[in-house]
Structures are given as C-alpha cells and as structure tokens.
Design a binder for this molecule. Structure first.
Ligand code: FES
Ligand code: FES
Length: 164
C-alpha cells in the first residue's frame, strides 16, 4: 500500500506493508538516527516526533501516518550546524554510546516546544520513557536545561534579525 506523509518537512510517498511499523519504514529509508531497542515501547530509543509529539515508532503502524508529519533527528541539525539541543548535549557530556541520544533529544525538543522553561521535575517526566544505560541522567538533565537557554538565545537573536 502507498502512504503520503512528510518526513523532516519533505513530502514523500512510500510503498509500505500494511503491518509495517514506522521504525522499520524509517530505518529502511536511511533514517538511521531512529534506533531499534526493545521493540516493546519500553526504552525510547526509537522515539520520533509525530505531528510534533514524541512517539515510540516501534509501536506505531506506518499506515497510521497518512498525511502526518514525522520528525527524526536528521531533521534537526547537521554536523556543521547543530540544533541548540544537540549542541547542549555535546557541551554537557550527555552522550556516551549515543544509542539513546536521538530519542532523548527529540523528547526534549517536544518538551521545550511546549514549555521553554521547564523545571527539573518537568524534564524528568518528559524523559521518563527514554532510558539511558550509560550517563546516569545527571548530564542529560543539565543538557536539557542548557538547551533551553541556548534556544532562548537563538530565538532572541532571530527575533532581532527579523523574527525568524
Ligand atoms: S525500540 Fe521502541 S521503545 Fe524500545
Ligand atoms: S548514552 Fe548510551 S544509552 Fe544513553
């Protein structure tokens, strides 16, 4: 079957199997930031944004994504021009093996899009479904707070430069 959807703001028509999961569809099309972990909705490694909200793509049927907007980490920044949250994760040492990082950053982005100034508790709740086996979470919490500051700075500069 064919579905039309937008991935990282690019409209696409994809040929998929009716029972195919979004995780597999994305990875097979080269979106390798979307990680396969538990495949049961428990680890958050496969998180993508579906219409701006974080979802475990291992649990979502691609067929349900007709005319919807998907964002993967590939849609945020690039090696030469990191998204402020990516910059914050690097600066805070919040990445070790990196397997959880795409999902962590996307869940954090969804939080900061709704709430630019979250408390520690709000960050912990937002990242509750994202597991990290390496960092101990302290640096990740710091990274989200730093990312919030960087995003505010970018927004302020953008506003001064013409409201982008
Ligand atoms: S692979 Fe999807 S939640 Fe673990
Ligand atoms: S950095 Fe390794 S799982 Fe999080």
């Amino acid at each position: 079957m064919k579905i039309k959807l937008s991935i990282n703001k690019k409209k696409q028509e994809l040929d998929i199997l009716p029972g195919e999961k979004l995780l597999d569809v994305l990875r097979s099309r080269g979106y390798h930031s979307v990680k396969e972990g538990c495949r049961e909705g428990n680890c958050g490694a496969c998180v993508v944004l579906l219409d701006g909200k974080p979802v475990n793509s291992c649990l979502v049927f691609a067929a349900h994504c007709q005319e919807r907007q998907i964002t993967t980490l590939e849609g945020l920044g690039s090696p030469g021009s990191l998204h402020p949250l990516q910059e914050a994760f690097v600066q805070s040492g919040a990445i070790q093996c990196g397997y959880c990082t795409p999902g962590m950053i996307l869940s954090s982005k969804a939080l900061l899009d709704e709430n630019p100034d979250p408390s520690d508790d709000e960050i912990e709740i937002a990242l509750d479904g994202n597991l990290c086996r390496c960092t101990g979470y302290v640096q990740i919490l710091e990274a989200v707070k730093k990312g919030a500051k960087l995003l505010k700075k970018v927004k302020k500069t953008g506003d001064k430069a013409g409201g982008k």
